[in-house]
Design a protein around this ligand. Structure first.
Ligand code: IMP
Ligand code: MG
Length: 193
């Protein structure tokens, strides 16, 4: 999947929530904030993206980050195919040999923070691996949905309690390729056939 994909053709006419230009402008601001927050000797943090949803956001951040550090990938499963979190989070490192972040600060790159359970589980995971710090950059956050309190250091947009799709985010693997953020509406989807 690439966030360069042209606007998906023939998808249901979901309401545009945040257009691509606005998303990219904000990503640029977050990249500048991150780059202005490097360690004392300017050492680069260990960038870790949460697959699959954070891929477009992470790619855009990485491109704007000085030194172009690699992004490592981790999976955290909590949703199955629904739009409600199941409550327990399973963490899997995607890379052979694991993510080399012991003794370094981790900057976790996430698409959206909802209940906060995923971020809490990942923080625990990286602290257990010996990360010296843990910061979170998330494109979206739904504060009204929080169940577990988590510190978010870089937030693209605080949004209302709506299920969103596009720019990497899916419902049951659909609509990740939308180049903007839209509100998912099952009725619109059904009516579209
Ligand atoms: P949390 O553990 O409840 O904070 O859930 C975070 C994860 O749930 C995110 O990484 C997303 O993958 C998924 N998620 C939460 N809300 C949405 C949404 O509105 N659209 C798509 N995915 C979502
Ligand atoms: Mg995610």
């Amino acid at each position: 999947m690439s966030d360069q994909t042209p606007k998906a053709q023939g998808h249901p006419p979901f309401e545009v929530y945040i257009d691509r230009e606005t998303v990219l402008r904000r990503v640029g601001e977050i990249a500048r904030d991150l780059a202005g927050n490097l360690g004392p000797e300017g050492e680069l943090p260990c960038l870790v993206g949460v697959a699959e949803g954070a891929r477009p956001f992470a790619r855009q951040l990485q491109q704007r980050f000085p030194g172009n550090p690699p992004v490592h990938w981790i999976r955290a499963k909590s949703y199955g195919d629904g739009t409600e979190s199941s409550g327990s989070v399973t963490v899997v490192e995607v890379e052979q040999g694991g993510i080399p972040c012991g003794g370094r600060e981790v900057v976790l790159i996430e698409d959206i923070v909802d209940t906060g359970r995923t971020i809490a589980a990942l923080k625990q995971h990286f602290e257990a691996k010996g990360a010296t710090g843990f910061r979170v950059a998330t494109l979206l956050s739904k504060p009204a949905r929080r169940v577990v309190e988590v510190d978010l250091h870089h937030v693209g947009f605080d949004i209302e309690d709506k299920f969103v799709i596009g720019f990497g985010m899916d419902v049951a693997q659909r609509y990740r390729e939308l180049d903007h953020i839209a509100i998912y509406d099952e009725a619109i989807e059904k009516a579209h056939g």
